[in-house]
Design a protein around this ligand. Structure first.
Ligand SMILES: [Zn+2]
Ligand SMILES: [Zn+2]
Length: 165
């Protein structure tokens, strides 16, 4: 007979509040707890998944299944936003070093693919060279305009080494 479980009723784990014990046991004999999510949904969670120790490796549960999925999607959006900001910042810096070396109008183009889409434009210029060493604007969904023969590459300068993106 396993020792009686610690009473967790009322404890809060993220969006979940423990509301009552379940009859269910894990293979290891751990008790399951019914938890109510802040959205109102309930979820049965084994006690070893209820932890506030975020440093540990084992995954923990802190929301109902639907909210957990939404939190995960939000996390992906936040990461994409951050990466896009970094790309634009890098483009601003790369372009600032190209003043006088590339046509003026290139420096007025959108900074990235996403930036061009936001503005309803087709071209953007990150100030980086393509894998073949061209320094030229890119077309959204297309690629380097010098590669596709639509525009000559600007003279390469030492400050524009190819960057892997
Ligand atoms: Zn929920
Ligand atoms: Zn190219």
């Amino acid at each position: 007979m396993p020792s009686s479980p610690r009473d967790r009723i009322g404890e809060v784990y993220g969006k979940l509040t423990v509301v009552r014990a379940s009859e269910r046991r894990t293979k290891a004999g751990n008790v399951y707890w019914w938890c109510r999510c802040s959205c109102g949904a309930e979820r049965e969670v084994p006690s070893d998944k209820l932890s506030l120790n975020t440093a540990r490796r084992k995954p923990t549960v802190n929301a109902c299944e639907r909210c957990a999925r939404e939190l995960q999607i939000e996390g992906v959006y936040r990461k994409n936003d951050r990466e896009e900001k970094e790309r634009r910042q890098a483009a601003v810096e790369a372009r600032s070093k190209l003043v006088g070396q590339v046509p003026e109008r290139w420096l007025k183009l959108p900074l990235t693919d996403a930036h061009a889409r936001e503005q309803g434009k087709k071209l953007f210029f990150r100030g980086t060279t393509c894998l073949r060493g061209h320094l030229a604007p890119y077309r959204i969904n297309g690629g380097c305009l010098a590669c596709s023969g639509q525009m000559p590459s600007a003279a390469n300068s030492p400050s524009t080494r190819p960057t892997v993106s």
